[in-house]
Design a protein around this ligand. Structure first.
Ligand code: IVH
Length: 683
């Protein structure tokens, strides 16, 4: 008996320890996106916990991390009445409308200026989480704002949601609110799985997330890797709510809830407008869809004073991005050959305006997608434009097929390259078809065009047409041949439309391009996954092509912001003999092979600095430029590599993150003192 009790006590202690470890690592992985241990190590901890709980079922508690998927299949969801209504938001569609909103608030509340908090608006579903005595008790949908559905069992399966928070620190009961969403990659994974199983594809990530949350069987929800971001405190019992939105976000983050890392607070509405407009262009950088930016009055006292009209608070609004879908007729499906030889079916459309641009061509990705979406020539189709990327065909409007079925035609991938007639290959049975001929003219033309483009070697006057023409005529068979063009002046002058003036200008441009820094050359070479930012990081780190070529995979991977896939792509590229030869030829023509490495020996040499908050002495751009000039590096988020956070006034989430991981925080004055100590004598 006595030993049984002692065993149970030992098991209880062990279970508690394992739970806190599992919770800690779930938080690191799912909330901070910064795992400390590998999957198998995590699995081992988790299994050990499951084992003990199986042996001692009396030790199982509902907030154990093993109990995420516990609920039985439901017949229907219960109704939950929200203690405070879940509001919706008014919209503005451009900077002027946002300024007008700000002025309305100023007039209404009779205030001069006030700070706002800007949060990317994730296109998902609003949910509410109630915690009592530190434990998640009810999770609900927004519903009509007053009453939602009780989806607690489903929400428990989302690993970013803590089942328990630190009960001592948290108020006895509180509610937090946020947005559940499906990351784009998960949406694509799910659709690929469905395509393979011959099931109908889902239309978009948002609806799929909604469907996943309303599953009566929680194990289905668990199999969809949903994620969430919290953005609001609903209510708190026996505690004062944080006095501002930025403090509320900080509180949630510190309590272990996932919040957006992209939130910023602005004292000035023009800066908020700039933030919103920047996100219109940056929206595709995120691994999930956003459809706008939510702008909120920061001060909760002012929020109360402003109040609500109908269902919309006066103290917040949504800056909506331009609409990005339209319907048009699909005239034909043709096939193009890309830079890497991939054959891409593309849609030839009746021209239509989507998201502010006229679109007459859209990609269809690959033959499998055409089949999966069941798009047929002569269909009316939905066209989508996501930021700067090529527009795509989402799918047919089936209801418009009635009476026109005879016109519709199915598409088939050609078995020979439509340009050079080489038999097409399908690599590894994957969905992509390739033209394997490296000299296939459009392949060469596209790499040459890319090489000369802006952000790459920036050779003005060497656009799509020139690239196509010179490759077709055999003047250029690889990118290095561009630099041989000046030697072929006489031959080129024989071509129609090319005169002395054109050539003089072109040669000048070609000559100038030899001096572009390594970061641009790396972009120009068209290495997979290597865009402007990666190229800059790599170039700054290694300083020269030689150093990069000598670097090991591990060294490349060690650069902040570079993952294993990108590192491998770089290594593969540099290990290929043909590429090495081409780079050698470029160097032979005098193309520059290094980069300005930040001022070595400068006062901030080797320091990696994050800047946040409002700074008095300089604008944000000025301070970033200064740091770079003095040899330091500026990055956007606080990590273990960060030397210190330079924090002006405010700067909530970055400051919280720094404090959490023990990164030093310097005030503006301390930063200036630090510079002076290191011999800086500027203003
Ligand atoms: S605040 C004032 N913040 O947008 C209370 N909403 O159009 C309204 N949403 O139902 C919500 N991100 O589903 C707020 N950072 C964010 C948001 C956000 C997405 C969604 C939410 C809401 C809808 C309102």
């Amino acid at each position: 008996m006595a030993t049984d009790a002692a065993d149970l006590e030992a098991a209880r202690l062990k279970v508690e320890e394992l739970r806190s470890l599992v919770r800690y690592h779930e938080h690191r992985y799912h909330v901070l996106n910064d795992p400390e241990i590998g999957d198998s190590e995590f699995d081992a901890l988790y299994r050990e916990l499951v084992d003990i709980e199986e042996r001692y079922p009396e030790l199982v508690t509902p907030d154990s991390p093993t109990q995420r998927v516990g609920g039985a299949v439901a017949e229907a969801f219960d109704v939950v009445e929200h203690r405070e209504p879940m509001l919706s938001l008014g919209n503005v569609f451009d900077g002027d409308e946002l300024r007008a909103w700000y002025e309305r608030v100023q007039r209404f509340a009779e205030v001069e200026a006030f700070a706002v908090v800007c949060e990317p608006k994730i296109d998902g579903l609003a949910i509410s989480l109630v915690y009592e005595q530190g434990r998640l008790s009810v999770g609900a949908t927004r519903g009509d704002g007053l009453r939602g559905e009780d989806i607690t069992t489903n929400l428990r399966t989302i690993r970013a949601i803590p089942l328990a928070v630190d009960g001592d620190a948290a108020p006895p009961a509180f509610e937090v609110r946020g947005e559940v969403f499906m990351p784009q990659a998960e949406f694509e994974r799910l659709n690929a799985e469905r395509a393979e199983a011959g099931e109908a594809l889902y239309m978009n990530a948002r609806n799929t997330a909604a469907g996943s949350l309303r599953q009566l069987d929680p194990s289905v929800t668990a199999s969809r890797r949903l994620d969430l971001v919290l953005y609001q405190i609903g209510w708190m019992e026996q505690a004062d709510r944080p006095a501002s939105q930025s403090a509320a976000l900080e509180w949630m983050r510190a309590a272990g809830f996932p919040t957006s890392p992209y939130v910023e607070r602005f004292e000035d509405i023009d800066e908020a407008v700039a933030f919103c407009e920047a996100w219109v262009r940056r929206r595709d950088e995120l691994p999930y869809a956003i459809d706008g930016v939510v702008v909120k009055v920061d001060d909760v006292g002012l929020q109360r004073q402003l109040g609500i009209v109908g269902r919309e608070p006066r103290w917040a609004t949504a800056f909506k991005f331009p609409a990005e879908q339209a319907v048009t007729r699909l005239r034909d499906i043709q096939v193009s050959v890309g830079r890497t030889g991939v054959l891409t079916p593309f849609a030839v459309l009746e021209p239509v305006v989507v998201g502010g641009a006229r679109v007459s061509i859209a990609t269809l990705h690959n033959a499998d997608q055409v089949a999966a979406k069941d798009v047929r020539i002569a269909d009316d189709v939905i066209v989508q434009r996501a930021g700067e990327v090529i527009p795509e065909v989402v799918g047919p409007v089936r209801s418009r097929r009635e009476g026109r079925r005879a016109e519709l035609r199915k598409f088939e991938m050609p078995d020979h390259c439509p340009v050079c007639a080489t038999p097409v290959v399908q690599e590894g049975g994957g969905p992509a078809h390739y033209c394997p001929n490296p000299r296939c003219p459009p392949r060469v033309a596209r790499s040459v065009e890319h090489f000369a483009s802006r952000g790459a070697m920036d050779i003005e006057g060497f656009g799509e047409q020139m690239a196509a023409r010179l490759t077709e005529l055999g003047f250029v068979e690889g990118v290095a041949d561009i630099y041989a063009l000046p030697e072929r002046r006489e031959e080129l002058l024989e071509l129609d439309g090319i005169g002395d003036k054109t050539l003089d200008r072109l040669y000048e441009q070609i000559e100038a391009s030899k001096g572009r820094p390594l970061r641009q050359l790396l972009v120009a070479l068209g290495i997979r996954h290597v865009g402007g930012e990666t190229a800059r990081d790599v170039a700054v780190h290694f300083g020269s092509m030689d150093a990069l070529r000598d670097a090991s995979l591990q060294e490349i991977e060690g650069i902040d912001g570079i993952g294993p896939v990108v590192a491998q792509a770089l290594r593969d590229y540099l290990d290929d003999n043909e590429n090495v030869e081409e780079i050698g030829r470029l160097a032979g023509y005098g193309v520059r092979m290094d980069d300005e490495v930040t001022a070595r020996g400068g006062p901030l040499d080797g320091e990696i600095i994050v800047v946040t908050g409002r700074i008095e002495r300089w604008s944000r751009n000025e301070v970033e430029r200064l740091i770079k000039e003095l040899g330091g590096r500026v990055t956007g988020s606080v990590s273990k590599q960060t030397s210190y956070l330079m924090a002006g006034e405010g700067g909530g989430s970055k400051r919280a993150r720094a404090e959490e991981i023990g990164t030093e925080v310097l005030s503006e004055d301390e930063f200036v003192a630090h510079l002076r100590e290191r011999g800086w004598d500027g203003e």
